[in-house]
Design a protein around this ligand. Sequence first.
Ligand SMILES: [Zn+2]
Length: 92
Amino acid sequence: MSCKSCQSQNQSILNGEIAIHFPGPKGLDKPIVWVFPKLGVCLHCGLTEFTVPERELSVLVKGTAVEGAVVLDESVDRQEREGKVPSPGIDV
Ligand SMILES: [Zn+2]
């Protein structure tokens, strides 16, 4: 298959580890979603394609964490820093 941008045949499938953030100030209150897709990388122009898995895609659609998806929820982090929710395994 040729690259959609430059039509090069010089492409490779690589393993990816990507953190997806919502943009802008409102994004700070939304979860960061990690995906580990196979990346189709054009080794000529750099165009890269991958598919967000269904479970992680639902986090992006809803803007809230779903069971089983690898996310960082900043609102939980903030509560821990303010001492409202003790970290597991630590006596406070
Ligand atoms: Zn290309």
